[in-house]
Design a protein around this ligand. Structure first.
Ligand SMILES: *[C@@H]1O[C@H](CO)[C@@H](O)[C@H](O)[C@H]1NC(C)=O
Ligand SMILES: *[C@@H]1O[C@H](CO)[C@@H](O)[C@H](O)[C@H]1NC(C)=O
Ligand SMILES: *[C@@H]1O[C@H](CO)[C@@H](O)[C@H](O)[C@H]1NC(C)=O
Length: 209
């Protein structure tokens, strides 16, 4: 009768060993997926009923981030951010407007959501999402299954709905050149506020983001 009991012991050991390895860790909150080093997204923005479509080209590899902002039935504004803190805001139409700014923050780091506070799961835009909040500055919704961002909301109420998320997509270098009138005195200035710059609201949270 030694053999069956030995089998039992072996089975017991296998069971406890596998329990030890695959034990779920319910105490461990999920963490946000870091941003890919390059991606392209189309975002639908709603800022208190003012609608915009943003072409977002995130390019950590080259230290730059581009928001090409289409206002509803309005102009297109280019918000070009360099990791050295320089930002250019311009139009490419006949108005030839341009403003630049020197900020104390670079672009968002791929792991900028590290340390965010997990709030649980919620259905948003038709997707079941994990939700985090960071320093009461941003609420971030990520698809539970695909881990892609679905939605985020800034403390200002400005909200983004992520329509596409192309990992690895990069905008060609030539498109990152601010127009010549950004570098002489010929351009009309652009009023820059929270509704067009994505980095100015970030600046307010710069100590932590
Ligand atoms: C935009 O947000 C406002 C609330 O600020 C909401 O009433 C409105 O329905 C939203 N519009 C769209 C198109 O989502
Ligand atoms: C930051 O980099 C951009 C692009 O290379 C350049 O146009 C700008 O002058 C730089 N700003 C500073 C402060 O060096
Ligand atoms: C722009 O204007 C400033 C003074 O406002 C002047 O010092 C500078 O030389 C001008 N630059 C060009 C390229 O005209």
């Amino acid at each position: 009768m030694a053999a069956p009991s030995r089998i039992m012991v072996v089975l017991f050991l296998i069971c406890t060993a596998s329990l030890g390895f695959s034990e779920p860790t319910p105490d461990e909150d999920p963490t946000p997926t870091p941003w890919p080093h390059q991606f392209h997204s189309i975002l639908v923005m709603n800022y208190s009923g003012i609608l915009q479509i943003i072409d977002l080209w995130y390019d950590w590899t080259n230290g730059r981030n581009f928001n090409i902002i289409q206002h509803q039935l309005g102009n297109v504004l280019y918000d070009l951010e360099w990791n050295n803190g320089t930002s250019f805001f311009y139009t490419l139409d006949s108005s030839k407007q341009c403003s630049s700014a020197q900020l104390e923050v670079g672009i968002l780091r791929p792991n900028w959501l590290d340390g965010a506070n997990y709030l649980g799961q919620k259905q948003v835009d038709g997707f079941l999402c994990n939700v985090w909040e960071k320093v009461e500055f941003i609420w971030y919704y990520e698809d539970v299954v695909t881990k892609r961002p679905v939605h985020w909301v800034f403390y200002t109420g400005r909200e983004a709905h992520v329509m596409t998320f192309e990992v690895g997509a990069a905008l060609e270098d030539i498109k990152w050149q601010a127009p010549v009138y950004c570098f002489d005195n010929s351009s009309a200035a652009i009023a820059v506020d929270d509704s067009i710059s994505t980095r100015i609201p970030l600046l307010k949270g710069s100590t932590v983001l």
